[in-house]
Design a protein around this ligand. Structure first.
Ligand SMILES: [Zn+2]
Length: 225
């Protein structure tokens, strides 16, 4: 099958070649990098440390006000039905981590979940697609059944006051029973963007509720300034 495509780059609007997905090579190479190293008190670690206790954090690209390509890329895989792009970015980041000696930090990738309702609307979880790409490139296992996002309506109405408080406090994430299977694993919680750190922190804390001393790190495609 030969597909003729007139797709344009999401950033510069130039026509794409058949091997390019969403971004042209020129824009891809212009994306701002963080060049951060894990366990160096980097900006990702500083931001997340208020929300939870982690072993390390790493964000690959810098999502800044004056830069649009990283922002456009995140928007593309979040809102424009392009799970393939999230997966390809995952492969790229995974490859980089492998080549730069970062893969000893984790042996299990756990993406931040989305609610069933959003998954139904969007059709995929962009964090899961990104994590799947990292998993492919590094050979490290990825599990989407460790964390669950509770939908507010269904969870809150059926719970007593104390449970409700717990759900609110944990930002509606729970670690499922599968947590016993991941005891003694080095977990990387994966997401597309690190902004305030509250979502990622809620995920870390949901696991800590079940396994207080779990070794948990944070891996994101990007971090905003
Ligand atoms: Zn371009």
């Amino acid at each position: 099958m030969f597909l003729f495509t007139t797709s344009r780059c999401i950033s510069c609007r130039e026509l794409l070649t058949r091997s390019e997905n969403a971004l042209c090579l020129t824009c891809h190479q212009k994306m701002a990098r963080t060049f951060m190293l894990p366990k160096t008190n980097n900006i990702a670690e500083q931001r997340i440390e208020e929300a939870c206790r982690i072993s390390w954090a790493y964000s690959h690209y810098l999502f800044s006000k004056g830069e649009s390509i990283v922002r456009d890329t995140v928007h593309e895989f979040k809102y424009h039905d392009n799970p393939r792009l999230a997966y390809e970015m995952g492969r790229e980041v995974g490859e980089y981590m492998k080549q730069n000696g970062m893969t000893h930090l984790f042996d299990l990738l756990v993406p931040v979940p989305i609610s069933w309702y959003r998954r139904l609307k969007r059709g995929y979880n962009q964090a899961g697609e990104f994590a799947r790409g990292v998993s492919e490139a590094t050979g490290i296992e990825m599990r989407e059944d460790i964390l669950k996002r509770i939908s507010w309506a269904s969870s809150l109405s059926t719970r007593n006051a104390e449970d409700r408080k717990k759900v609110m406090g944990s930002k509606a994430f729970i670690a499922k029973k599968a947590i016993s299977e991941v005891r003694n694993r080095k977990i990387a919680i994966v997401d597309d963007v690190l902004t305030t750190g509250s979502t990622l922190g809620a995920c870390v804390n949901a696991i800590r509720e079940k396994e207080e001393n779990a070794d948990i790190g944070i891996l994101t495609f990007s971090i905003n300034e």
